[in-house]
Design a protein around this ligand. Sequence first.
Ligand code: ADP
Ligand code: MG
Length: 320
Amino acid sequence: MTDLAIAANGLRKSYGDKAVLDGVDLAVAEGTIFALLGPNGAGKTTAVKILSTLVSPDPASGEIRVGGHDLAADPQAVRAAIGVTGQFSAVDGLITGEENMLLMADLHHLPRKEGRRVAAGLLERFDLVEAAKKPASTYSGGMKRRLDIAMTLVGDPRIIFLDEPTTGLDPRSRHTMWQIIRELVTGGVTVFLTTQYLEEADQLAHRIAVLDGGRIAAEGTAEELKRLIPGGHVRLRFSDPAAYRSAASALGEVTGDDEALALRIPSDGSQRELRSVLDRLDRVGVEADELTVHTPDLDDVFFALTGGAGLPHQSKESVR
Ligand SMILES: Nc1ncnc2c1ncn2[C@@H]1O[C@H](COP(=O)(O)OP(=O)(O)O)[C@@H](O)[C@H]1O
Ligand SMILES: [Mg+2]
């Protein structure tokens, strides 16, 4: 078994009589990116706050270990191992980016010279050198997030919590942030991120847990989650109604859309299945005007698992 950076058993948290987290198990391997995926109000921030010692779990929770330390018994050791970038920025807009960094260095009791060295290195790494002397209030959303993460890294944490790191960012800044997150893991740290975006979890995470109704509805790699649900198909479109009809009878197991002259054939999208579809069309001498392969994506998974409780639907073009 690989070492776990985070291991939580039966994580519970209620506010009043509302169970926000109702027995959540989490296991995050060291040096990996883990995504906790869920819509607004699912309990993502609550989970991050508990795992980062900012909020206590309910006493009915099982054991929680972060960075090898028991959260209840040794919160100080947990705090020393982690960095947290909250959903709402910790950046002070009234002072410059550099001053924000130096403040963090002070909080971590770095000697003055060392603090300056670390701050300069991180400002460079996050492309903030030019902006370093300007008040952070003048920064764009993407720059603020980069500064936020740079501040988190001052303490050289082994485990980093990123609560919705790209919510509200434009596509370009989102891509930059994804790159930054990938590089963090190359450097050996473990990243626990929360997101509302299926695309983001798919792009980044080694493992994904879908949080729904206070519980983990499904957990696995993106591929594993996609395999949980059917939905793969080949779609053929025709312009000639006669060709459409002969294709439909040649293919047998299909769903037809008589108006669009389109056929939908259940398929795993493999080369073998595609060839068999094309062979059968050849045999009756028809050719489709358009052929598309649809493999199920995390959207399909999420909607199948949760009955479609509203995650924001991002158009794929906007983030690719
Ligand atoms: N301090 C609190 N007091 C009462 N209710 C809270 C508190 N913090 C969070 N909640 C509630 O817990 C639920 C989950 O919130 P949160 O963890 O912020 O969700 P997410 O980050 O997934 O959007 C919400 O219904 C929220 O209103
Ligand atoms: Mg939140």
